[in-house]
Design a protein around this ligand. Structure first.
Ligand SMILES: [Zn+2]
Length: 680
């Protein structure tokens, strides 16, 4: 109603008179920063409206433009954001001999670990992660859970966790080791320190019962059997790094994992009726696959269209296994991976396709992309109208290899089972079974995680956004390409605004286990993804962003970047001061509200008065529509807000009459109040 009245008035009065009214109206509506109407009439012209003009009582102590308080650069992590000449990281190699007891739903294994201390430090103890201990009834994660939290089905009184035995050091002087367990962590004291540059070998046995709770792993009964998904399923060495020493954040359920790179040599013994898929390359196909399956796999690797390895008619039949009684041992090897996961079932249909990947040195090779799914996963089938899971996986490998970094491994497996969506190296779990968009979206997201955090190995337990958000960002483009549509950030935008509008917003930098579960997706995934999208599309531009983001991936591939390494690399490689963006978007929960306060004419020029009503700053994207029908798009740099919250800019010098002025006409900024974005 108010707008209609004012429009009528504006038609009747002169443009000059209109200015004071419009400015005064908008400013009182936005919090009463008075005086602007007088300033406009006094003819102060273009630029800041009084340097230091600030919204009353809302000046934060630190300007949003102030340089960030980042860690002091070192020879390990440079001021440019690159790893320095002194950069080091640990390496851990595992040999695991595991057995799945499908009846008892338990796993037992023997593990031998070779720990390579590449640090300059002597280590006289080490920490292990015992993530299955999350499923104990007295774990921190169990006791701190809240209704609706990410921990599903925890109402049962199941008491899980690892039983670890025979822990001992290996090699000359090998002896028993003792371990003190604290929740999901265990401290192991060493008889003699591991010297800088030294290595330490140890071994242990362990077992656990697969929890009925669903959290990144579990078992599910389907029509033709049980699907087991095993992840975070073995005690592993915590990451020791130059930033935190031993990373001993417990596993509470939300923060995923931060692990060492290394190699895995894993033997998995399962019922002979099962088919196993895992991180790594299968070493003994002649022992665990039939001749016809091996032949089909060879065909699939060379084929650009999916090939069935186990068909709908065959699954569950005796012909799909070399034998159907007793057990078979599947042997997998993987290098340069940050963990190992696997799946096992007698209910798997299986199809596969080959994908061309060209390495950075120009070497071309074929990657095998596979899908394993039960009969009831209808949209996974390669003949489904939606294209099936294998084609979706092929697209993701091709798209991200081209966009970021060549897919580095020989194989990728996508598993449909109990877990809704979870990523591991060379294997992902994707739960969507009957919804094409869900299957494609989750498949693309989980495979996208190959780049963040499987290749660029960030600390997920502290900084979920550094993999989830970066992945969500690249998913925007991959999904658009797969569907033949324009990139779509509507949902990202809606959630960013919803969180910023809430009574208690949290910043993206909040550790995931201290974040309200309802914000986990909105902040770590969508707001972060939208932030990078805006950096690319609206702030830096594609060329400048892609160069810098590419430098980040190249610098930190197969290494462990911190957030500061990312912030610094983007600024250094793009040649841009983005402190305002990192602070407002990531470090704080700053709100954005840009407004058109008014339009007036002075000395033959038409001038727009713009307000920045909240803490967040952004460039101003203006669309000016003139009464003669012409339209002009203008961008004002974010720096206009460095000394003021009110700005004037010339939008016309030729005497054209302005019909309307609109801020952010594409609607891509998370502006809290769009009602003040338009003047007409
Ligand atoms: Zn994810």
């Amino acid at each position: 109603m108010m707008r209609a009245v004012w429009s009528a008035v504006w038609v009747a009065v002169s443009v000059w008179m209109l200015i004071g009214a419009a400015v005064g109206c908008a400013s009182s509506a936005s919090g009463g920063a008075g005086g602007s109407g007088r300033a406009a009439r006094a003819g102060l012209g273009v630029g800041a409206v009084e340097e230091g003009f600030r919204r009353e009582g809302r000046q934060p102590v630190v300007s949003i433009f102030e340089a960030l308080d980042l860690p002091t650069p070192t020879e390990r992590r440079l001021g440019s954001g690159a790893p320095g000449p002194g950069y080091w990281q640990q390496r851990v190699d595992y040999t695991i001999d595991a057995r799945l007891n499908a009846e008892a739903r338990s796993v037992s294994a023997r593990v031998r670990v070779v720990y390579h201390n590449n640090s300059p430090d002597e280590l006289d103890y080490m920490w292990l992660q015992l993530e299955q201990n999350l499923f104990r009834t007295d774990s921190i994660g169990t006791l701190q859970r809240t209704p609706g939290s990410v921990m599903k089905m925890l109402e049962s009184d199941f008491d899980g966790g690892y039983t670890v035995t025979n822990l001992r050091s290996e090699g000359v002087g090998g002896q028993p080791l003792s371990m003190r367990v604290y929740d999901t962590l265990a401290r192991v004291d060493l008889a003699s320190p591991i010297p800088a540059g030294g290595r330490f070998e140890f071994s242990f046995d362990y077992e656990f019962v697969i929890p009925p709770h669903l959290r990144r792993m579990g078992a599910e009964e389907v029509e033709q059997g049980v699907i087991f998904e095993l992840a975070q399923w073995f005690p592993h060495v915590c990451n020791y790094d130059d930033v935190n020493g031993w990373n001993t954040k417990p596993y509470l359920g939300s923060g995923e994992f931060y692990t060492n790179f290394g190699s895995f040599d894993v033997r998995i013994t399962v019922p002979a009726t099962h088919i196993v898929s895992a991180t790594g390359v299968l070493q003994n196909p002649e022992e665990v696959l039939t001749e016809i399956q091996r032949e089909r796999l060879r065909t699939a690797l060379e084929s650009d269209e999916p090939v069935r390895i186990v068909t709908r008619d065959e699954v569950g039949g005796a012909m799909v296994r070399p034998r159907t009684t007793g057990e078979l041992t599947w042997h997998f090897k993987a290098d340069d991976v940050r963990t190992f996961a696997w799946a096992s079932s007698e209910a798997f249909l299986w199809d596969a396709v080959g994908v061309d990947v060209t390495d950075r040195d120009g070497t071309a090779r074929r990657v095998l992309v596979q899908s394993f799914y039960p009969r009831e996963a209808t949209v996974w089938d390669m003949d489904h109208a939606g294209g099936g899971a294998t084609r979706a996986g092929k697209h993701s490998i091709e798209f991200y290899s081209d966009f970021l970094w060549p897919y580095p491994y020989p194989v990728m497996s996508n598993i449909n089972g109990p877990e809704g969506g979870m990523e591991y190296p060379m294997i992902v779990f994707c739960g969507s079974r009957e919804n094409v968009d869900g299957m494609v979206g989750v498949t693309d997201h989980e495979i996208g995680h190959t780049w963040f955090p499987m290749i660029v190995n960030s600390d997920e337990r502290r900084y979920m956004w550094q993999d989830e958000g970066f992945n969500t960002f690249i998913n925007i483009y991959s999904l658009a390409a797969y569907r033949g549509e324009e990139p779509n950030v509507e949902r990202h935008l809606r959630q960013a605004v919803e969180i910023a509008s809430s009574v208690h917003p949290q910043p993206i930098m909040t550790e995931p286990d201290r974040m309200w579960s309802r914000w986990v997706g909105g902040l770590n995934y969508r707001k972060t993804g939208l932030g990078l999208y805006l950096l690319r599309e609206k702030i830096l531009g594609r060329e400048r962003f892609d160069t810098a983001f590419g430098d980040y991936v190249r610098r930190w591939a197969f290494k462990h970047p911190q957030p500061s390494d990312f912030f610094r690399t983007m600024e250094d490689a793009a040649g841009a001061d983005l402190a305002w963006f990192w602070r407002g978007w990531f470090l704080e929960a700053a709100q954005l509200d840009q407004a058109v306060a008014g339009v007036f004419r002075e000395d033959g020029r038409t001038i727009v008065v713009l307000d920045n009503n909240a803490r967040m700053v952004m460039p101003v994207f203006l669309r000016v529509t003139f009464k003669d029908g012409s339209v002009e798009n203008l961008t004002l740099p974010v720096e206009i807000w460095s000394t003021t919250d009110r700005w004037r800019a010339v939008i016309d010098k030729s005497g054209r009459e302005v019909r309307s002025v609109e801020i952010d006409p594409e609607g891509v900024l998370p502006d809290m109040d769009r009602s003040n974005n338009r003047w007409r």
